[in-house]
Design a protein around this ligand. Sequence first.
Ligand SMILES: [Fe+2]
Length: 140
Amino acid sequence: MGIPPGTPFETVSETFRCPSCGASEEFFHAAREHVNEPLERDDLSDEEFSHVPRYRQTDSGILVRIGSEDVSHPDEDAHFLEWVSLVDDDGESLETKIRPVSGEDVLFEGWFLEDVNEVRACCSIHGIWKGRPDTPSENP
Ligand SMILES: [Fe+2]
């Protein structure tokens, strides 16, 4: 049984289990409203940079990469990239990929940038980060 959008987190039953994967309530957390805005690369620490999804249009769809080979985000039990998502003008997800791997490409096949408002990624500890167009010099 699903939970309707907008349900206050504190009202979710302790016996709730995800209908898709079976994860228990303890693996969920309150939705975060704040979205970290990316700065210019020169103004970002490496830790901050490792959270910002960078995207570009390809013939196959929108290609997204978080972090790089040199500056990768942790992938540990408590600290990992939860998701990367294409969102509309209301901040609602158009398509989401779970557990993206830092430094590797994520393809949102068939999507065009003109149909998407933003690209966002979420870290299990550091919250939601707004993406920005890819800069080739950031991808060695
Ligand atoms: Fe993080």
